[in-house]
Design a protein around this ligand. Structure first.
Ligand code: HEM
Length: 333
């Protein structure tokens, strides 16, 4: 009996040796690794770094725009470059939904520039989703933000639908609960939501996003009076001149720091959704924490960005490496 049992066990171990564990197979498909392109595209990191350095010095608004583009990509269908797809006669793509209308051209341009350089160096290897993830990290670091690891191996998605944007991207007039339900859906905690909102330490907002706070018909009494005056003047013709915009962080607009949180305490939060993070007692402790301690903010932001980059990542079965970032490889009609 003992002999039969031991021969059964050794037979089982031989069988197991030859059957690849299903879990491992699935894991390797979607799991990301730091050195994914080490052999197939060894200059990947260098090419991204050099391209973003040139672009950011020519056009300093690139960093903020790219950070927002990455966020919008990841919160809809995961970080799969679906936001980069161009609309055609048969499909209105994500980027042409009203909510994405203000995503800046420079952010799309940086991905195109990097893709072009990479296709010369290692054709057909690097996904657009990885380019967006890596360039966002490099740009955030370049403007003073924290460094974090970007794991690679994302594939580009097969779908991009404008009608799916609404309800998946937070709005300036949302309550903390509205925003939290969107962040929670993507696996984030309240603290992580506040940390990620610290992305508003750089970049702009168009006047229409905060017009009700200044022209409401009354001025929001919680907005700093001097700041409100400046904004009213800046935005006086916003319905005609739709390009008018204000800095999200009026104090150190081009620098990635914790000034955004300090501003919120002083009525200098631009969007209602910014100010509400200070007003709401569930989020205020995190605002205070980050306003008082930039190191903690940087640590939390870095960790949350790493996590953001893993949302809904596609593998070989549900993704591809696009030849052009704005088109699927196969015509999708
Ligand atoms: C928490 C909920 C959020 C809301 C309601 C929100 C809303 C907005 C709005 C309305 C704008 C102005 C868009 C425009 O007029 O051009 C904006 C800009 C921006 N957002 Fe958010 N956002 C949120 C979270 C985030 C997160 C998590 C990030 C990144 C981690 C982010 C990064 C940015 C950046 C960098 C800009 C400036 C873009 C530029 O200058 O081109 N936002 N956001």
């Amino acid at each position: 009996m003992k002999a039969t049992m031991s021969s059964f066990l050794s037979l089982l171990s031989v069988v197991l040796l030859f059957v690849p564990p299903i879990l491992t197979a699935l894991e390797t498909e979607t799991s990301l690794t730091k050195d994914y392109y080490q052999k197939t595209c060894p200059d990947f990191g260098k090419i991204v770094r050099e391209t973003v350095t040139t672009k950011q010095s020519q056009q300093p608004t690139t960093a903020a725009g790219t950070l927002r583009l990455f966020f919008h990509d990841c919160f809809l269908e995961g970080c799969d470059a679906s936001v980069l797809i161009a609309t055609n006669t048969f499909n209105k793509a994500e980027r042409d939904d009203d909510l994405n209308e203000s995503l800046p051209g420079d952010a799309f341009d940086i991905v195109t520039r990097i893709k072009t350089a990479l296709e010369l160096s290692c054709p057909g290897v690097v996904s657009c989703a990885d380019i967006l993830a890596q360039s966002t990290r490099d740009l955030v670091t370049m403007i003073g933000g924290p460094f974090y690891e970007v794991k690679l191996g994302r594939k580009d998605g097969f779908e991009s639908k404008a009608h799916k944007v609404k309800g998946n991207i937070p709005l300036a007039n949302h309550t903390v609960q509205d925003m939290m339900s969107i962040f929670q859906k993507n696996g984030f905690t309240l603290r992580e939501m506040v940390a990620l909102s610290g992305g508003h330490t750089v970049g702009f907002s168009h006047c229409k996003e905060f017009s009700s706070r200044i022209f409401g018909p009354q001025t929001d009494p919680e907005l700093d009076a001097k700041f409100a005056g400046v904004l009213k003047n800046l935005c006086k013709d916003y319905q005609v001149n739709k390009t008018m915009a204000a800095f999200l962080d009026p104090v150190t607009p081009g620098k990635f720091d914790n000034m955004y949180f300090k501003n919120l305490r002083r009525g200098l939060g631009l969007l209602a959704s910014d100010h509400i993070l200070f007003k709401d007692k569930s989020t205020r402790p995190f605002v205070e924490l980050y306003a008082n301690n930039q190191t903690v903010f940087f640590e939390d932001f870095a960790r949350a960005m790493e996590k953001l980059g893993t949302v809904g990542v596609k593998g070989d079965k549900d993704g591809e490496v696009r030849r052009r970032c704005d088109h699927f490889n196969k015509l999708n009609v």
